[in-house]
Design a protein around this ligand. Structure first.
Ligand SMILES: Cc1cc2nc3c(=O)[nH]c(=O)nc-3n(C[C@H](O)[C@H](O)[C@H](O)COP(=O)(O)O)c2cc1C
Ligand SMILES: CC(C)CC(=O)C(=O)O
Length: 377
């Protein structure tokens, strides 16, 4: 099922998906690659990148470039993080451990999903001192939520990312057709299965009744009742920066700032939630305008190349999160594959800046781009 050689990986990250398809088992393929409904949002994500074009400048002394940056107190080699993605053992048996090791070797921050197949403690051990953020799916049970926050703090996660576009799972035909949800097989709930507050609520030890543990998770995961009024609870229990992920509307970004949040991630979950939503890059400029420098604006959904990263930064993102390509690298060659993907992205971003006349992403603005007209049908 998993490639156990080191395949020749393409340096065209947009084409990596095709290579990875062959390395993913059918259930993993059905979970990782597709999007919600008709796939309209995922297409809109890519179309938005195609519409914006870079306007290269010349003769600007670009021999030395500096991609380093600081985002909310986290230093990084470039404005790039690994997006939170659950159940990475579907892509490779080493799962998140391989990803965090590759990220740590390069200093790229890794964002740990609540739905990971490895626990906070395992990630901390594998990742060493490298920067790590924690993505929270806020469970309906507040004791479990608090326990997650405490464990994240105790194991060195500096920044909290609260994902809000997934109050329940989107309509995902590929999974529905197969009747496949990894969590119901206790895959991707490692943070729960190692959590004292969660385990205390089970009638029997997990080993005796794994099905009951999965069902208990299923009662806690969907949390459609959350509202803006809940945010002070998080602020009270988390000392570090907090970002809201899954923001598309400028008004929600403004509300995030008004509620004392430190940042937002403009994202539509890679098109996995609302079918027919606005392309994430199309949503970015209005969000950036709405909050200005009040809070940090980060971005994901559809980033596949260094040029895509350039465009998101030019349209107002302080950093981007890389999603599926990381899982494709992981599926193809484990830690080495993730390393390959990160290095390609970083090199291509550096090259795109150089070829476009910039010594740093800090010089980018909307003037670095032009919006190409759609061609007539
Ligand atoms: C397999 C998979 C699992 C994901 N799991 C999570 C998750 O646990 N938490 C979260 O906030 N986002 C999750 N996401 C969404 C990513 O963080 C990110 O928003 C998305 O992948 C960006 O789109 P892209 O992959 O098309 O670039 C997941 C995405 C994928 C593909
Ligand atoms: C529990 C899930 C919602 C994990 C996830 O974010 C995803 O599959 O997109």
């Amino acid at each position: 099922m998993f490639a156990d050689r080191t395949p020749d990986l393409t340096t065209d990250l947009a084409a990596l998906e095709d290579q990875a398809r062959a390395a993913l088992a059918p259930e993993a393929l059905g979970y990782v690659v597709p999007s919600a409904g008709s796939g309209a949002t995922a297409r809109a994500n890519r179309e938005a990148f195609d519409r914006w074009r870079i306007v290269p400048r010349v003769l600007r002394s670009g021999a030395r470039r500096d991609l380093t940056c600081d985002v909310l107190g986290t230093s990084m080699p470039a404005p790039l993080l690994i997006a939170p993605m659950g159940v990475q053992t579907l892509a490779h048996p080493d799962g998140e451990l391989a990803t965090v090791r590759a990220a740590a070797a390069l200093g790229v921050p890794y964002v740990h999903s609540t739905q990971a197949a490895h626990s906070f403690e395992q990630i901390a051990e594998a990742g060493g001192d490298a920067p790590r953020w924690y993505q929270l799916y806020w469970p309906t049970d507040r004791e479990v939520c608090l326990s997650f926050l405490e464990r994240a703090k105790a194991t060195g996660f500096s920044t909290l990312v609260l994902t809000l576009d997934t109050p329940m799972l989107g309509w995902r035909p590929a999974d529905l057709n197969r009747g496949f949800l990894p969590f119901l097989r206790n895959v991707g709930i490692a943070n729960y299965l190692t959590d004292p507050a969660f385990l205390a609520k089970l009638d029997k030890p997990v080993e005796e009744d794994p099905g009951a543990a999965a069902l208990h998770w299923a009662k806690m995961f969907p949390n459609p009742g959350l509202s803006w009024a809940d945010l002070p609870f998080l602020r009270e229990h988390w000392d570090g920066p907090i970002l809201l992920k899954g923001i598309s509307a400028a008004e929600d970004a403004r509300l995030a700032a008004d509620h004392g949040m430190d940042g937002v991630v403009v994202s539509n979950h890679g098109g996995r939630q609302v079918d027919g939503a606005i392309g994430a890059l199309d949503a970015l400029p209005a969000v950036a305008d709405a909050v200005g420098d009040r809070i940090a604006v980060l971005f994901d959904s559809g980033v596949r190349t260094g040029a895509d990263t350039f465009k998101a930064l030019a349209l107002g993102a302080r950093a981007v999160l890389l999603g599926r390509p990381v899982l494709y690298g992981l599926a193809l060659a484990g830690q080495e594959g993730v390393d390959h993907v990160l290095r390609c992205l970083l090199a291509e971003l550096d090259l795109t800046l150089a070829l476009s006349g910039y010594v740093s992403h800090r010089g980018l603005s909307r003037e670095s781009l032009a919006c190409a007209q759609r061609s007539a049908p």
